[in-house]
Design a protein around this ligand. Structure first.
Ligand code: HEC
Ligand code: HEC
Ligand code: HEC
Ligand code: HEC
Length: 149
């Protein structure tokens, strides 16, 4: 009896594990990244990406065609260009165990952003945009780096 019950619980846990692995990772919000990445968070917060949602007029703040680039995951509940807009949704890589291992983090959805990531928003807006220069934008527009490459 006892054995059966623990077997049932074990199968349940397995099932839950499987479906979590198959589901798309979810956004967790920048405040969760702050716990471990204070340097990057503090500088990001002072820069323009963090304020991208506030640039929208109230009537624009529910428009999908604006949220796509002025919010994270196209959601007004994740205002601005947060960490995960560039680094990928964090639910599967956020644990210390995964984060400590670069390969495991990448397998769990962590993205190392490059010029293409930026151009997803810096090219093709439904309004005028200055020409995008990756190197100069990268130098001042992202956040401080703790381990610059
Ligand atoms: C529990 C602590 C913890 C949390 C929460 C966390 N990280 Fe990390 N992260 C680490 C550690 C530890 C490393 C590896 C050492 C380092 O680069 O600081 C790391 C590394 C990274 C790297 C560098 C990867 C590389 O090798 O270039 C990025 C990017 C990153 N994290 C982004 C995030 C983002 C975005 C979030 C929130 C969605 C987040 N992390 C949440 C602990 C954490
Ligand atoms: C494809 C991505 C994208 C979409 C979609 C988008 N924007 Fe933008 N928006 C940007 C970027 C990137 C900037 C920053 C300017 C730059 O460097 O290109 C910006 C800047 C702005 C600014 C600030 C301009 C300034 O002078 O500082 C406003 C206001 C704005 N957008 C409003 C909107 C509205 C309203 C919508 C929806 C109709 C929208 N955006 C849709 C990417 C986008
Ligand atoms: C999810 C969409 C998105 C992504 C991805 C993105 N940006 Fe932006 N970026 C914006 C928006 C929107 C603004 C305008 C914010 C505002 O005016 O408040 C902006 C503004 C900026 C600015 C300030 C420009 C100005 O005219 O004031 C710089 C610099 C910048 N981004 C660099 C980058 C770099 C470098 C990358 C890639 C590593 C990147 N961005 C990726 C949406 C994005
Ligand atoms: C506009 C895009 C963008 C946003 C938003 C962004 N990052 Fe990054 N991040 C980058 C780029 C680009 C790199 C450098 C990648 C490379 O070439 O190694 C990077 C590198 C990192 C690294 C590794 C280098 C280091 O500093 O040690 C960490 C950790 C990191 N980001 C965390 C964060 C966190 C936490 C947030 C939110 C508070 C965030 N990032 C927001 C683009 C972004």
């Amino acid at each position: 009896m006892k054995y059966k019950r623990s077997l049932a619980l074990f199968s349940l846990a397995l099932l839950a594990g499987t479906s979590a692995a198959l589901a798309d990772p979810a956004y967790i919000g920048a405040a969760k990244c702050k716990m471990c990445h204070k340097v990057q968070f503090t500088s990001w917060e002072s820069l323009t990406h963090a304020k991208a949602f506030e640039r929208l007029k109230p009537e624009e703040q529910s428009k999908a065609e604006c949220l796509e680039c002025h919010a994270t995951g196209s959601s007004a509940e994740l205002p601005g260009v947060q960490c995960e807009a560039c680094h990928g949704a964090g639910s599967d890589y956020k644990s210390l165990k995964v984060m400590k291992e670069r390969d495991a983090s990448l397998a769990a959805g962590l993205l190392i952003p490059d010029q293409k990531t930026c151009e997803g928003c810096h090219v093709g807006a439904p309004h005028e945009q200055p020409a995008f220069d990756f190197e100069s934008a990268r130098a001042g527009g992202i956040h401080e780096f703790k381990n610059p490459r």
